[in-house]
Design a protein around this ligand. Structure first.
Ligand code: 8YV
Length: 321
């Protein structure tokens, strides 16, 4: 509409985003445009904000849209967006922290239970008729009780996971770049922590600084009773090293919601018996995805009406007045 600020949506998003923006802006749905490049060129001086889910946004991408001042991203992880390059261009980036912590923590717990107690394999065993044939499913080597969990990247989601596992009798430790004022043991290095725990829970952001933090050496330190759970980003794990560690029983098992080359999963992960694999569903419930969409909308509307969004990422906070 005439006079409304113009917001670009490069790719499809949860429907609540467009619904919530209705009346607040003119929304360009770029993927529906027959000639997207012509739209970007023709409206480059009008587009002031971007609403995005899975699009990769870097400096050169932003240079095509010099009027953009806000990139409102759907999801707590924003590794597809170069927030530093954005800040250098005066562009604020927002994410959706807080509203998905419990959902992702629940998924992490489900993945942990499935992996430790082999629940997926046990269900497939029943469905294959093997139980009815008269043979019970073998006793699992691992139990939840008495496990020692190391959380890689203890933030809001890690805290929600810690709160959930303590009633199981699981002890919690963590590795972050710096210690926090928390009642859990802190390890200054991931390697030391991996050697001391039997359960490694990955909740650290993705991106170049955390790429392949969990490598062959860390997996070896985790050891033969070790269980790896990843609900963060596939890039944090050297997936080939993980495959090798699982195949040689260097670690016991892995439960993964995320992968290095989504939606493609390393073929060996699919055939190994000691993996539990989910298609990146950590936050994927209708209520939580609606809450995330609403926070994207609020970031945009607050920015468009007041000049300040609600939840800027740390790389952007210095741009706020
Ligand atoms: C979503 C996520 O799958 O919040 C995140 O960082 O990985 C998930 O909640 C993703 O952001 C959807 O685009």
């Amino acid at each position: 509409g005439m006079g409304l600020p113009v917001v670009l949506m490069p790719g499809p998003m949860n429907a609540a985003v467009a619904a919530g923006l209705d009346g607040h802006c003119e929304l360009i749905r770029l993927w529906e445009e027959p000639d997207p490049d012509a739209v970007l060129a023709g409206r480059r001086d009008e587009i002031v904000a971007v609403a995005t889910g899975g699009t990769t946004i870097d400096g050169p991408w932003l240079d095509r849209l010099p009027a953009v001042r806000l990139v409102a991203s759907f999801g707590v992880g924003y590794d597809r967006i170069d927030a530093k390059a954005a800040a250098e261009r005066g562009v604020i980036v927002t994410n959706t922290p807080g509203v998905l912590d419990d959902e992702v923590a629940d998924t992490a717990l489900g993945l942990l239970l499935m992996t430790v107690r082999e629940l997926g394999q046990a269900e497939r065993y029943l469905r294959a008729g093997k139980w009815a044939d008269g043979t019970p499913y073998p006793l699992t080597r691992a139990t939840m009780h008495g496990r020692r969990m190391g959380i890689l990247g203890l933030g809001r989601i890690g805290q929600a996971i810690a709160d959930r596992v303590e009633p199981f009798g699981i002890t919690v430790a963590y590795h972050n770049r710096s210690p926090k004022d928390l009642p859990y043991r802190y390890y200054p290095t991931l390697l030391e922590m991996a050697a001391d725990v039997d359960t490694l829970m990955i909740v650290i952001p993705g991106g170049p600084t955390t790429r392949h933090l969990v490598n062959a050496e860390v997996l070896k330190a985790l050891g033969p009773d070790g269980i790896l759970i990843n609900v963060a980003r596939g890039t944090v794990v050297d997936e080939q090293a993980l495959v090798d560690a699982l195949r040689t029983n260097t670690i016991q098992a892995a439960g993964l919601d995320v992968f290095e080359h989504e939606p493609n999963v390393h073929p060996d992960l699919l055939t190994l018996p000691n993996t539990v694999l989910l298609p990146h569903v950590g936050s994927a419930t209708q209520p939580t995805r609606t809450a995330m969409a609403n926070l994207v909308v609020q970031n945009l509307t607050h920015y468009l009406t007041r000049g300040t969004p609600l939840t800027p990422v740390p790389e952007s906070t210095h741009l706020l007045k």
